[in-house]
Design a protein around this ligand. Structure first.
Ligand code: SF4
Ligand code: SF4
Ligand code: FES
Length: 240
């Protein structure tokens, strides 16, 4: 271990970290998967979804926004925390309109994959069936607000990577919505299908037209391995 690196323990596993890393980043590098939805490796953390909630030295904290520190004791994979995460995922399902069977993002969707990984079957609350808009005005990109989980990845990517600042939020609480920063609809913006804002959406809310269902069932991102398996594959076996 270099002089500047330090170590913490996550579910009893020693995790080496570098200064400036969040707990989530340190765990990713060490092959310990912490569930997340709003975090993206190319974007600064936002702390919106709270799916990455852990117990850090006995206190609840988001792993994506909490800096790793020497000697920290983190609990991540406990039945209570996993149930809390499952409840958050269930809330996202009931607050939107998710028809996975008919969604072109099925099998490649982080929300769906997380539901499977956390053992979600039926949400514990009734569906709200909100009325949401589908914006198909742009020649190459659509926004289906039914599927938006308000993670803000597109907002961050549009501002920081595309240099366009095309998106924001409006409203509060259950009425909060993604808004297009333009007079009118998506076709009034400078959005391009190749923009990072389109690429980073974890669900099927922002999508590129004429690309649906190209990957056959069985070959989609989460058909073979659960979400987080790529991170866990980095883990070195514990030495005796
Ligand atoms: S966005 Fe994901 S969770 Fe929502 S309908 Fe599509 S596949 Fe299902
Ligand atoms: S459109 Fe996608 S990336 Fe943007 S806030 Fe909604 S779910 Fe997140
Ligand atoms: S991943 Fe940490 S709050 Fe969303």
């Amino acid at each position: 271990m270099s002089a500047r690196r330090f170590s913490l323990r996550v579910d009893g596993i020693p995790v080496e970290a570098a200064p400036g890393q969040s707990i989530l980043q340190a765990c990713d590098a060490a092959g310990v998967y912490i569930p997340r939805l709003c975090d993206h490796p190319d974007l600064p953390p936002a702390g919106h979804c709270r799916v990455c909630i852990c117990l850090v030295d006995g206190r609840r904290a988001c792993a994506c926004t909490t800096p790793a520190a020497a000697g920290q004791v983190v609990l991540n994979d406990t039945p209570e925390l996993q149930d809390e995460r499952r409840a958050m995922v269930e809330l996202l399902f009931i607050e939107g309109n998710h028809y996975c069977h008919f969604c072109e993002r099925s099998g490649d969707c982080e929300l769906q994959a997380l539901g499977y990984r956390l053992g979600m079957s039926v949400p514990r609350w009734p569906y709200l069936w909100p009325r949401r808009e589908l914006d198909g005005s742009h020649p190459d990109v659509f926004i289906d607000h039914d599927r938006c989980i308000l993670c803000s990845r597109c907002i961050r990517a549009s501002r920081l990577e595309d240099g366009k600042s095309l998106f924001g939020f409006e409203g509060r609480g259950i009425r909060m919505r993604l808004k297009v920063e333009a007079e009118g609809h998506l076709d009034a913006t400078a959005l391009a299908a190749a923009d990072q804002a389109v690429r980073v959406c974890p669900v099927g809310c922002i999508g590129v037209k004429r690309t649906a269902f190209r990957v056959p069932r069985g070959m989609r991102r989460y058909d073979q391995t659960p979400i987080g398996a790529d991170i866990e594959a980095r883990r070195e076996p514990l030495k005796d």
